[in-house]
Write a protein that binds this ligand. Structure first.
Ligand SMILES: [Zn+2]
Length: 199
C-alpha cells in the first residue's frame, strides 16, 4: 500500500508500509573524542557499541551532525540532524539518523557540545566516555530506505534508518554548531529515484 508524504532527505517522497524488524540497540560508553572535520563535527566511538537489525549486527564507528537536517519528514525540515555510522564485518554501512527539533536544552548533547574546536582535525577528548544512547528518542520506530552516503564519496549501498521521533535542542545549541561550521552542512536535497521508504 502506497502512502505519499512530503519529501524526506534526499527528497524521499514515497512511503510504503512494511513490517520492519525492531532495532536492537546495545550502545556502551564509547564516545572518546570529538573532532571538527571541517564539514561536520564528529565523535569517534570506541569498539563495542552494536546495532542489530534483520539479524545483522553493525558496529558503531562514529557519529556526526548536520545543520539544517538532510532528511525531512512530510516536507518538514529540522534544525539539526545526527548520523550514527555503523559497519558490519563485510564493511556494509548502516546509518541511523536522529532529527532534532527546537525545544528544551538537550543535556546529553550539552555534555559534548560547546568545546574549543576551532582547529580542524584537532580532537578534544571526552571524559568520561559518552554513551550516544542518551541522544536517542525513547521511541525507536523508524523509516528505512536504501541510499548513499551524503558526503563524498557518496557511495551507494548504504542502509538508512531514520528515527521517527525527534529529540530536543535549543537554538543556542544549534547555533554553536552552525557558527563553528560557518555554513550549512546539509547536502542539497535530491529527488528520489525509485527509492522506497518503509515504515
Ligand atoms: Zn552525515
Amino acid at each position: 500500500m502506497w502512502r505519499w508524504y512530503g519529501p524526506i532527505s534526499y527528497k524521499l517522497s514515497a512511503f510504503t508500509e512494511a513490517d520492519l524488524s525492531p532495532l536492537e540497540i546495545a550502545y556502551v560508553d564509547g564516545g572518546s573524542s570529538i573532532v571538527n572535520k571541517g564539514h561536520t563535527v564528529q565523535v569517534n566511538v570506541d569498539a563495542g557499541s552494536m546495532l542489530s537489525v534483520d539479524n545483522q549486527s553493525f558496529e558503531l564507528l562514529q557519529f556526526h551532525f548536520h545543520s539544517p537536517s538532510e532528511n525531512t519528514i512530510e516536507g518538514e525540515s529540522f534544525p539539526m540532524e545526527m548520523h550514527l555510522v555503523h559497519a558490519n564485518e563485510e564493511g556494509k554501512l548502516t546509518v541511523l539518523a536522529v532529527l532534532f527539533e527546537l525545544g528544551a536544552e538537550n543535556s546529553a548533547l550539552e555534555s559534548i557540545w560547546g568545546r574549543e574546536l576551532d582547529t580542524v582535525e584537532e580532537a578534544s577528548a571526552i571524559e568520561p566516555l559518552f554513551n550516544v544512547e542518551s541522544l536517542l528518542p525513547a521511541d525507536r520506530q523508524y523509516y528505512r530506505f536504501d541510499g548513499s552516503l551524503t558526503t563524498p564519496p557518496c557511495s551507494e549501498g548504504v542502509t538508512w534508518l531514520v528515527l521517527a521521533e525527534q529529540v530536543s535542542v535549543t537554538q543556542d545549541q544549534v547555533d554553536w554548531f552552525y557558527d563553528l561550521m560557518g555554513e550549512s552542512t546539509n547536502r542539497p536535497v535530491q529527488m528520489i529515484n525509485d527509492r522506497l521508504i518503509y515504515n
